[in-house]
Design a protein around this ligand. Structure first.
Ligand code: TRP
Length: 369
């Protein structure tokens, strides 16, 4: 097995989340924190119960402030270099829940600069993906009055003065070791972390406020903020809090994370019902046995079965999920039957999403800061 590697530009090997928590210096989300969240929101989101969002930095601080009547703001983002898939969707679905339950502002960054610098793509191609990805974010149904898009090249005028203040406090050697860079990386990519840092405090500058910032994200983004949290504080702003998600596993059951660069093997938010069915039936790694007889006798393996695992994201009812797992491990449910349940769930989500996505570009003005 390949050695585990988790940073924003490389996810390799079998991801050991316990190890990441200790290597990155994170805290696990415990029962006490879940109870605190439930007290405020009236429910615990299934992604929290199921440890999909499982770790954090300073989440208590945001909740302490909230209890005192101080609202925080949310910050997350997308790197526009390809189509949006269910891995992104799962994070944003949780972000929407946070926005609705806590009734807070959301700042959403589109890092067109980052993707131009890191990918072998033209500036124009990246701009097209930026528009494409913005449609999906609009279609997530975030509150337009409380959601603000920052597009790095478009908002450079307000972001750059802050980015240089951040950049001045980070050395090349720090960046090199955090991201595994060498002397042959382009100089823009070395600077980029500064741009991803700015939205942690820019809203406070723009609104003349001093709110806490909470960043929901997949765990691979942590290195950016691990570097910049101290810098942010040195610049006189509040350190952002973070809540970390595990990766949605690839459909094929391979190691690593779902990825748009393998788009025939990830489910895209633009896939129609037939495509979803075909992809899941063809590619979803099965924990079932070779023959029906053997499956009925010995049962399937829920842990490695991708359809079973993905249902954690779509079947919000704990009892129903347990029943499916139970029947599958006893051989009462076949692999194809679990896949059929998953296909229906995903298609229901996507048909709503696609309706909202259709004219989403007409809404851009409401969202772009
Ligand atoms: N770098 C992220 C990506 O490539 C995009 C991003 C920018 C982001 N700011 C963020 C993600 C904050 C999570 C939180 O997808």
């Amino acid at each position: 097995m390949e050695k585990m590697e988790v940073n924003p530009y490389d996810v390799k090997g079998d991801v050991n989340y316990e190890k990441l928590v200790s290597e990155f210096g994170l805290k696990k989300i415990n029962k006490k924190l879940l109870d605190r969240i439930e007290k405020i929101t009236g429910e615990v989101h299934p992604y929290l119960r199921r440890e999909i969002f499982f770790a954090h930095r300073d989440l208590e601080k945001v909740l302490d402030a909230y209890d005192k009547g101080e609202k925080f703001f949310l910050y997350t983002g997308a790197g526009p270099s390809g189509p949006i898939h269910l891995g992104h969707w799962s994070i944003w679905n949780f972000v929407k829940w946070l926005q609705d339950k806590f009734d807070v502002e959301l700042w959403f960054q589109f890092t067109d600069d980052e993707k131009f610098l890191y990918k072998d793509m033209t500036y124009e191609e990246i701009q097209e993906w930026t528009k494409d990805n913005m449609k999906d974010v609009v279609a997530m149904d975030f509150n337009p009055k409380k959601t603000h898009f920052l597009i790095d090249t478009k908002h450079a005028g307000i972001m750059y003065p802050e980015a240089i203040k951040v950049a001045k406090k980070i050395t090349f050697s720090t960046i090199k070791s955090a991201f595994g860079f060498t002397d042959s990386n382009n100089i823009g990519s070395i600077f980029y972390t500064a741009m991803q840092t700015v939205p942690c405090f820019l809203p406070n500058i723009l609104n003349n406020e001093n709110k806490y910032c909470l960043i929901p994200m997949a765990i691979d983004q942590d290195p950016h903020f691990r570097i910049s949290r101290d810098v942010i504080e040195k610049l006189g702003h509040k350190k952002p809090s973070i809540i970390h998600a595990k990766f949605m596993s690839p459909l094929t059951g391979a190691a690593g994370k779902s990825s748009s660069s393998d788009s025939d093997k990830a489910i895209l938010l633009t896939d129609d019902a037939k495509t979803v069915k075909k992809k899941i039936n063809r590619y979803a790694f099965s924990g079932g046995r070779d023959t029906v007889e053997e499956h009925r006798k010995k049962g399937g393996n829920v842990k490695v079965d991708v359809a079973c695992q993905w249902l954690k994201y779509f079947e919000h009812d704990d009892e129903k999920l347990t029943e499916i797992y139970d029947k599958y491990s006893k051989g009462e449910l076949l692999s194809g039957e679990v896949k059929a349940i998953l296909i229906d769930k995903i298609n229901a989500v996507l048909s709503e999403h696609q309706k909202r996505r259709q004219n989403a570009d007409k809404e851009f003005d409401k969202f772009i800061y």
